[in-house]
Design a protein around this ligand. Structure first.
Ligand SMILES: C[S@@+](CC[C@H](N)C(=O)[O-])C[C@H]1O[C@@H](n2cnc3c(N)ncnc32)[C@H](O)[C@@H]1O
Length: 451
């Protein structure tokens, strides 16, 4: 395919159909498509923005569309997606004039369907242009309004409202539909973050120092993935909340650490770096393929203290019958409701039943791993989700059943100032909401085992 022969909106429509039909992870599907079409950088930016934006706002756009539909006639799925992506551009993208959006969408409708469909699409888009989009303040029920205005399913907004109250819930939902800056963690055995900062400046990438990890940088401007420092494996892309996990593990050189759910290795490599690659990190994952990713990542970063292998965390007592650990990390499989900014499909696919199943697995993992911790050792539990059943409730259940454990009081003293008095703090740990430090939503706590 030559560079000029593609049509961005056509590709966007294909992608959205594929993501909705196959339930595919949006970021993987988009990456594949970008590689296949060899788009110009400006076009790949626009394509990503249209696909992510439309997905992110799907429920809002669906609500908008319903206000313009007068008949009860069934509308084909692809026509709906075409209208959603057109609405998205008209509402949220200044750089594309409405008339251009309408013209292109009508052409696509003609090509993919027939003249009748093109007329229908034209009619709807022109009504929206003339009348404007609905005002959500007219929705009296607050929970329903937040659900529609921020495009989160009603069950989830209801659940968050019950758990955290409407104010936190609304802030969280609003934050979830904003853009998140990329952050990176320098490999400190290769370079200091100040040195990396000045290398990035030379390639016109603007970055600032993270306040949550001494290894962290926040990218303010520029594409870090295209920079040669990325090819040289001088850093790892990692969210700032995620960086806090290893930062709060109270690690020291020479320790023996178990990372029971480690793929793709973001935290295992951080742990090794924090110990100056001096110690041992046993990194496991349930899936063989994923465990190999940890090995690959450690090799790329030049870290030799990580040993990775496949195992179900619930069976590690058999593998390590005679070995106890100074530190254990359980970065548990979870519903991922804290990472909706980068993976919007999660909010449409996860269910309450998934949460129940996951919390059972989380409790099982904790229960089976716990005997592997030394007396006075510390166990870190974290998830990238915002849900009490997978977080506080799991820890509460664990502490009730394992009386030798308690939440380490020093953990709270070590929290960054920004989080010390946050509303997410409880006696079980800290729930970081995406709006707190403009990061992913994460839960973390540190337990200590008394002798
Ligand atoms: C949140 S991710 C871990 C992310 C990783 N710690 C990092 O920082 O890159 C959870 C991982 O747990 C793995 N997993 C799920 N169930 C497991 C089990 N029973 N035992 C071990 N790993 C499991 C998943 O395959 C997934 O890779």
């Amino acid at each position: 395919m030559t560079k000029q022969s593609y049509n961005i909106r056509n590709i966007a429509l294909d992608l959205l159909m594929r993501i909705s039909d196959q339930g595919g992870y949006s970021h993987l599907v988009i990456d594949q498509m970008l590689k296949k079409h060899q788009l110009e950088p400006r076009d790949s930016g626009l394509l990503t923005e249209i696909v992510y934006g439309t997905l992110q706002r799907k429920l809002t756009l669906e609500y908008d569309l319903n206000t313009f539909i007068k008949s009860k006639k069934k509308i084909d799925k692809w026509v709906k997606w075409l209208l959603y992506l057109s609405f998205y551009q008209m509402k949220y993208l200044d750089k594309v004039p409405d008339h251009a959006v309408i013209h292109e969408s009508v052409e696509i409708a003609k090509r993919k369907g027939h003249k009748g469909i093109a007329n229908f699409v034209n009619g709807i888009l022109r009504s929206a242009q003339r009348e404007g989009f609905p005002d959500y303040q007219d929705i009296n029920d607050q929970v329903k309004r937040v659900s529609i205005e921020t495009s989160h399913p009603l069950w989830l907004v209801k659940r968050w409202n019950e758990q955290y109250g409407i104010e936190i819930t609304e802030q969280m939902c609003q934050t979830n539909i904003t853009h998140k800056k990329v952050s990176i963690r320098v490999q400190p055995l290769r370079m200091t973050r100040e040195q990396l900062l000045s290398r990035l400046e030379n390639s016109h990438i603007k970055a600032s120092l993270s306040s949550f990890s001494e290894q962290g940088l926040v990218i303010e401007e520029g594409n870090i993935l295209k920079d040669e420092t990325f090819q040289e494996s001088l850093f790892t892309i990692q969210d700032e909340s995620s960086m806090l996990v290893a930062e709060l593990m109270d690690l020291q050189e020479g320790m023996t650490v178990l990372d029971a759910c480690s793929a793709p290795g973001g935290k295992a490599t951080h742990i090794a770096e924090k110990m100056n690659d001096n110690g041992t990190v046993f990194a496991y994952d349930l899936h063989e393929k994923k465990a190999k990713l940890v090995k690959k990542k450690a090799e790329e970063l030049g870290l030799t203290s990580i040993q990775s292998a496949q195992s179900d965390a619930r069976k590690l007592q058999e593998t390590h019958a005679k070995q106890l650990f100074d530190r254990i990390l359980i970065d548990a499989p979870c519903s991922g409701l804290g990472v909706l900014r980068s993976k919007p499909d999660i909010k449409y696919n996860k269910t309450k039943e998934d949460i129940v199943k996951l919390s059972t697995i989380q409790k099982e993992i904790l229960h089976h791993i716990e005997p592997l911790l030394k007396n006075e050792g510390k166990l870190m539990y974290s998830t990238c989700t915002v849900d009490q059943e997978e977080n506080e409730e799991v820890i509460k259940d664990f502490l009730e059943k394992h009386q030798t454990y308690r939440v380490d009081p020093a953990f709270f003293d070590e929290l960054p100032e920004e989080l010390k008095n946050s509303s997410g703090r409880s006696k079980f740990g800290i729930q970081i909401f995406p709006q707190d430090i403009n990061s992913d939503g994460f839960f973390m706590t540190r337990l200590v085992k008394d002798s």
